[in-house]
Design a protein around this ligand. Structure first.
Ligand SMILES: [Zn+2]
Length: 90
């Protein structure tokens, strides 16, 4: 079972993971967590989409980190997905 604290950590790892390269061990941990955590799967999908969108507006190289604005909106989306999960469970 995963808990929200795991999810917070995965969130941090995910944004690094997509920004650049996370360490291989991190990727494994992310994948293992995500395998059992639907909110994180959904979050990862929206994260990928946002990264793709934000990169579409930038020159293709060098790959730049996500803007603060993108990060903030991702964090908000992530909170909502965690919230909806606890509502389902309650
Ligand atoms: Zn999770």
């Amino acid at each position: 079972m995963s808990d929200k604290r795991d999810c917070d950590r995965i969130f941090a790892l995910l944004s690094e993971y997509l920004d650049a390269e996370a360490a291989p061990g991190d990727c494994e941990e992310i994948e293992r967590h995500i395998a059992g955590c639907k909110p994180c799967v959904e979050f990862l999908e929206s994260l990928k989409k946002s990264v793709r969108l934000s990169r579409a507006f930038q020159s293709p190289e060098p790959p730049s980190p996500l803007s603060d604005q993108v990060r903030a909106s991702l964090r908000e989306a992530y909170r909502k997905s965690l919230q909806s999960r606890s509502e389902h469970k309650a």
